[in-house]
Design a protein around this ligand. Structure first.
Ligand code: PHE
Length: 332
């Protein structure tokens, strides 16, 4: 028995150390230390030995058991560490790694449309301005000639922010409050475009999103007329879409422009795309911003970028633009 135990103590640890997997180690462990192991069967025979022999074999069994248990534990730690390392490597995400065939990535469709629009207007002598997405009720509505409780406020399904007096802070419903920011405390002339994200309480569907993008235009100078507005929009249409596109204006209503119009473009195939609103800046808006309407006139326009970008690429459902499916986005 003692010889066998000593043999086991030398042959077992190298076998354990060579276990190639945690499963293999568990099998070896039960073979060498389990209920049916040699060690267990010797232990059950201890009772039949005489006292001296029993003490010697008992001691040898305990030492052997400890040696084997240590060997199992040491091997388990190594195997577990290796397994963790393998798993980490398998789950590793290298965000700087270039996907084959798509090395550099590119700007989102809406960002591309926004930048192209900015370029067109900068080419026409405009500068670019931006404003915050969380706005005061005054900038989003009041200064724009929406009296409190005026029904025109219902044109916008406003999202209010719990900040300050109830109803005093909104997520801007359009980019027009940036007009107010540009005009307040600065001297005309202004030739500005103002792109940005806007918010309305709307259920997402193929043609509506609660978060979307607009670009606003504002011109204030001496002797600006409605003809300047129409000419600017038509020049923009041709520069952005191509010389075979035309534009038209339809009478409309906005509290901050008078007269007001809707702005549509016509594709070469004759079909129309509704783009946005425009009009001559209302004298009350100029006064609200500290500009004398007797001396200055202006026009403004604003239109959505998402539908424009979608229609330029034949995207039928606006929601596809924002679900961030790389297979969809990489097409544009
Ligand atoms: N702000 C308006 C809208 O979002 C569009 C508009 C801008 C109309 C400028 C007139 C002048 O509906």
């Amino acid at each position: 028995m003692l010889e066998n135990i000593a043999a086991l103590e030398t042959t077992a640890p190298p076998r354990l150390a060579a276990a190639g997997s945690l499963e293999e180690l568990a099998t070896l462990e039960s073979e060498l230390l389990g209920k049916k192991s040699v060690l267990a069967s010797y232990k059950s025979q201890l009772g039949g030995l005489d006292p001296d022999e029993r003490r010697a074999v008992g001691g040898a069994l305990n030492r052997a058991r400890l040696t084997l248990e240590d060997a199992v534990l040491a091997r388990r730690l190594v195997l577990e560490r290796d397994q963790r390392r393998l798993q980490l490597n398998a789950e590793r995400l290298d965000l700087t790694e270039a996907a084959p065939g798509n090395e550099a990535g590119h700007l989102h469709l809406v960002t591309q449309a926004m930048e192209t629009l900015e370029d067109v207007f900068v080419g026409m002598g405009f500068t670019v301005a931006e404003g915050p997405e969380v706005e005061t009720d005054w900038n989003n509505f009041g200064a724009l000639n929406f009296p409190p409780d005026h029904p025109a406020r219902d044109m916008y399904d406003t999202l209010y922010v719990e900040m300050g007096e109830p109803g005093s802070t909104v997520l801007r419903t359009h980019t027009s409050p940036v007009q107010v920011r540009v005009m307040s405390g600065q001297e005309p002339p202004f030739y500005m475009v103002m792109p940005g994200r806007v918010f309305r309480q709307d259920t997402p569907d193929a043609t509506h999103m609660p978060v979307f993008h607009q670009i606003e235009g504002l011109v204030v100078d001496r002797n600006i007329t409605f003809a300047d507005l129409a000419g600017t929009l038509d020049a923009f249409t041709k520069a952005f879409f191509g010389g075979d596109f035309t534009s038209r204006l339809r009478p409309s209503y906005f509290p901050f422009t008078e007269p007001s119009a809707e702005f549509d473009i016509q594709r070469p195939d004759g079909s129309w795309l509704e783009l946005g609103g425009c009009g001559m800046v209302h004298p009350n808006v100029l006064s609200n911003c500290g500009i004398d309407p007797e001396h200055w006139q202006g026009f403004a326009f604003g239109f959505g970028l998402d539908r424009l970008g979608a229609s330029a690429h034949g995207v039928a459902d606006l929601r596809d633009l924002f679900t961030n499916d790389i297979r969809f986005l990489s097409q544009f």
